[in-house]
Design a protein around this ligand. Structure first.
Ligand code: MN
Length: 227
């Protein structure tokens, strides 16, 4: 049974016309999407070496492990987002972790671009309403990213059109919380340690100021807003 929020979120993603069908569907074996830019496109916020390892080793490994875990099971017949929801409900921790991380990184690579971006009006308006502006919103994302203890993610999400920033541990994913992801900052050390060592804060600020594709975030928000 699909509840109204799920229906809205699904319809919203479709309406937003995101060139990202693999965010919403997949068939086992689940396949890692191609990197949407060159490995050096995100430097210096994320170096080519880190992108190569993070995409080519870490992200790939989540797909490899997921495919091994779901082989011959009902999960293999589901779309990736459904695997995340069902594995959480089933308390199937290894499946949830690998499906979540496969999806989280699919999303992660798509939300960046090879240069700074201007936040679109839809996002500025929502950030002003919910946080007092884009800069306070960025500061909140940095604060939450700093506050994730150990491994995890800082997520900007829409919940019935309202912006929230969540810190989720490990493979935590807003879909499993019934919320629409708009931006996900990976704060596992593999995401930044080669480039920034212990300076997680500086890494996150560099991403927000120089490499987040705010048009992507705005399109996600426009698609998620009720009415
Ligand atoms: Mn990662």
């Amino acid at each position: 049974m699909i509840d109204r929020r799920t229906l809205l979120a699904t319809a919203g993603v479709a309406a937003a016309g995101l060139a990202a069908p693999h965010l919403a569907r997949a068939a086992a074996p689940f396949r890692q999407p191609p990197l949407p830019y060159a490995e050096d496109a995100l430097a210096p916020a994320i170096s080519a070496r880190t992108v190569g390892l993070h995409y080519g080793k870490h992200h790939k490994a989540y797909f490899d492990k997921l495919n091994a875990l779901v082989a011959g099971k009902p999960y293999a017949e589901m779309e990736l987002e459904e695997v995340i929801r069902r594995a959480k409900a089933d308390n199937a921790v290894p499946v949830f972790n690998n499906a979540g991380q496969a999806w989280n990184h699919n999303f992660y690579w798509q939300q960046f671009k090879d240069g700074p971006a201007v936040p679109p009006a839809v996002l500025v308006e929502a950030a002003t309403r919910d946080f007092g502006g884009i800069d306070p919103l960025k500061a909140k994302i940095v604060e939450v990213a700093d506050g994730v203890f150990g491994t995890g993610w800082a997520w900007l999400v829409a919940d019935n059109g309202k912006l929230e920033v969540l810190g989720l541990q490990d493979a935590g994913n807003p879909i499993a919380e019934g919320k629409t992801p708009l931006l996900g900052i990976d704060v596992w050390e593999h995401a930044y340690y080669l480039d920034w060592e212990n300076r997680r804060t500086a890494h996150v600020k560099a991403l927000l100021d120089e490499r987040v594709n705010w048009a992507f975030v705005g399109d996600r928000l426009a698609g998620a807003s009720p009415g």
